[in-house]
Design a protein around this ligand. Structure first.
Ligand code: 13P
Length: 249
């Protein structure tokens, strides 16, 4: 069975000191949880402090992005081996904000996923349609293009996780309904089966993201193909994220 995974994406929030405080509170709140994987992804500058605060707990720390090369003249970038060396275990790749504001494409996502996996990290690869695409009836076409373009070569890796985050649900308070999430997740899992086989499809964890909150997480997690959440705003507060981790009540 797929172990549920709850990942917090802190985006551009929290200094190192603030991050350590939140992780300390969170680790106390989730100390009694044994059956859910918990990941927090702070900004690069807070990774070391977060790792220190999480040491010996069940909270894994991840980055929000990384470059595809292992080193080089790429001012401002951070490479996968640097993250692995620091103690990170995960990296998010292809978040819609990176696609929207920083020119991320399916081709760069593909290269980044390769780098993340090659350096022993778990990749949380994101995809999802915009409101315009959904309203034009293109949701499944867009998901197929993103999955094939960014992830097809990597679907047999046990360290790949996919996060379906409809862009219209991110930071808007509008969540995909459980049925909408299930429809997208089933479609994606079916595609994975077609591209990489039934075993890869059955193993792949598909997270749901976009305004996941303590009061809607249980209904989303009740869907058979929803294996966890990628949580933005509601992961910034330890009590709120702990309630999401404890979605079973
Ligand atoms: P919110 O939970 O704030 O909508 O953000 C979702 C997200 O983008 C997580 O990666």
């Amino acid at each position: 069975m797929r172990v549920p995974l709850m990942a917090g994406n802190w985006k551009m929030y929290k200094t190192a000191r603030e991050a350590a405080e939140v992780i300390r509170a969170l680790r106390a709140d989730v100390a009694d949880v044994a059956d859910v994987d918990v990941v927090v992804c702070p900004p690069f500058t807070a990774l070391a402090a977060a790792l220190e605060a999480a040491r010996g707990s069940r909270i894994a720390i991840g980055a929000q992005d990384c470059h595809w090369e292992k080193e080089g003249a790429f001012t401002g970038e951070v490479a996968a081996p640097m993250l692995a060396d620091l103690g990170c275990r995960h990296a998010i790749v292809g978040h819609s904000e990176r696609r929207q504001y920083f020119g991320e494409t399916d081709a760069t996502v593909d290269r980044k996923v390769e780098a993340v996996l090659a350096h022993g990290l778990t990749c949380i690869g994101c995809l999802g349609e915009t409101l315009q695409e959904r309203e034009a009836g293109q949701t499944l076409t867009v998901l197929e293009r993103q999955l094939r373009g960014g992830f097809a070569r990597h679907l047999t890796s046990a360290r790949l996780v996919i996060a379906y985050e409809p862009v219209w649900a991110i930071g808007t308070g509008r969540t995909a309904t459980p049925d909408q999430a299930q429809e997208a997740h089933t479609f994606l899992r079916g595609l994975v089966a077609e591209v990489a086989g039934g075993d890869a499809a059955a193993r792949l964890r598909i997270l749901c993201g976009g305004s996941v909150k303590p009061d809607n997480v249980a209904a989303l997690m009740a869907q058979p193909d929803v294996d966890g959440g990628l949580v933005g705003g509601a992961s910034l507060d330890p009590a709120s994220f702990a309630r999401i981790v404890k979605f079973r009540g």
